[in-house]
Design a protein around this ligand. Structure first.
Ligand code: ZN
Ligand code: ZN
Length: 413
């Protein structure tokens, strides 16, 4: 088997790995780099038989449309729906690629390769690691994963009942220089949200990603515990609607403690795509909360927003009681170097705004080093290659059998 890391050996994101066996060649992820300094891989000249997408984060699928047309793309069904949802709300065409959907733990073949997707716990939903077999060799690609989310059992299963005879483990190392000590798990996040909103005299905003389903559940549970209502926007309501494909247990707009705030802009997306949304718009309006209702009793609500919510947040600032802004994603986005995140400067300024009580509550989507070590020790790979890390050269201090390769190097397994 021939292996090339096109990107991801020295950075977080942009992951793209090519595997070739006999006449078959496949890609593991086709990610857009997260760093503006990193050049995207030119996929247009790669001739591959298929792309496997591990999960619906841009740094893993963002380049898939630049593959030669007709290249099959294998992806989870829900992951594909979530990517579609984002496109529609951005006013962009949905990807018209040759999609093939796989299911957790159901092996399938692409030419010489047999692939088994392993559902994993991550901040994106419908996220997978892959066991890939060819020529009698066995490779495990971690994708992005962790043990401390609401589906941590999936990680523990990998550790307790490890896959045997792994020749090569591609292990993500996002957290090599980061830790999760402040909020070791999702429950710690939920508890701080609860503490923040329970006695509030004004509205609270929680800023996170609408596709971080664990975080929506934490917000919902904190509201339920404190007798507050959770307000979501139309896009978030649609994301939760997609979850109905796999579970009835995640919050949805028709739940008692949930209201939908319908902005004009998002409502325009619904009106522009009636065949895509079906009767969703009609149902959504049964659960609507209006702006003047928010202003009448702001202390009743937790609004699940994002960086761009600052206009709405500013409406609630007054001299009597601060607005709670619970910042619930990676703090690095506020460092002034992420202009692509509209609103990040305004949100960063809330940290010194007396009208705002700025609270940080977030746990990472990635496993800290101690968990990665547990996984590596269970899988006992003959060779462990760092991926999705800025510190691949330090892996050998933490793991056995580490071999590092640079982007673009072609080697044989
Ligand atoms: Zn990633
Ligand atoms: Zn990810």
């Amino acid at each position: 088997m021939e292996v090339t890391i096109h990107k991801g050996s020295q950075e977080i994101g942009g992951t793209c790995i090519q595997l070739s066996s006999g006449k078959t060649s496949i890609l593991l992820d086709a990610g857009l780099p997260l760093s503006a300094a990193s050049q995207p891989v030119d996929l247009s000249r790669l001739s591959v038989d298929a792309l496997l997408v591990s999960h619906p984060h841009q740094d893993h699928f963002g380049l898939m449309a630049s593959l030669p047309s007709g290249t099959p793309v294998y992806i989870g069904k829900l992951a594909r729906s979530l990517i579609d949802a984002t496109r529609v709300f951005l006013g962009e065409e949905r990807f018209a690629l040759d999609f093939h959907e796989f299911s957790a733990w159901q092996p399938f073949t692409i030419g010489a390769f047999t692939i088994t997707p392993y559902l994993v716990d991550h901040s994106a939903t419908d996220a997978y690691a892959f066991l890939i077999e060819a020529e009698g060799k066995r490779l495990f690609y971690s994708g992005d994963l962790r043990s401390h989310g609401r589906k941590g059992i999936l990680f523990e299963n990998l550790v307790k009942r490890p896959i045997r005879d792994i020749d090569l483990l591609f292990l993500e190392g996002t957290m090599l220089h980061r830790n999760n000590d402040l909020f070791p798990d999702e429950t710690a996040v939920e508890n701080l949200i609860f503490q923040t909103i329970r006695q509030q005299k004004n509205i609270s905003f929680l800023l996170s990603s609408s596709q971080n389903i664990d975080r929506i559940v934490s917000a919902y549970r904190a509201c339920k515990r404190s007798g507050k209502l959770l307000v979501i926007d139309i896009y978030t309501a649609w994301v939760l609607e997609q979850l109905r494909q796999i579970t009835q247990n995640t919050p949805a707009m028709d739940w008692t403690e949930i209201r939908v705030f319908a902005s004009h802009r998002q409502d325009e997306r619904l009106k522009a795509n009636p065949e895509y949304f079906g009767d969703f718009r009609k149902r959504l309006y049964l659960h609507r909360v209006k702006r003047d209702e928010l202003h009448a009793t702001p202390e009743s609500f937790l609004y699940f927003g994002k960086m761009s919510s600052f206009h709405l947040i500013d409406e609630f600032k007054n001299d009597d009681a601060p607005v709670n802004v619970i910042y619930s994603q990676w703090l690095g986005y506020l460092d002034g170097n992420h202009a692509d995140y509209f609103g990040s400067d305004q949100i960063a300024a809330y940290r010194s705004d007396p009208a705002v009580n700025f609270v940080y509550a977030h746990t990472s989507g990635h496993a800290p080093v101690a968990d990665l070590q547990r996984l590596a020790e269970a899988l006992k790979p003959k060779m462990l290659v760092p991926i999705h890390s800025e510190h691949g050269e330090e892996f050998s201090q933490h793991f056995a059998n580490v071999v590092t390769y640079n982007d673009g190097e072609r080697w044989s397994l």
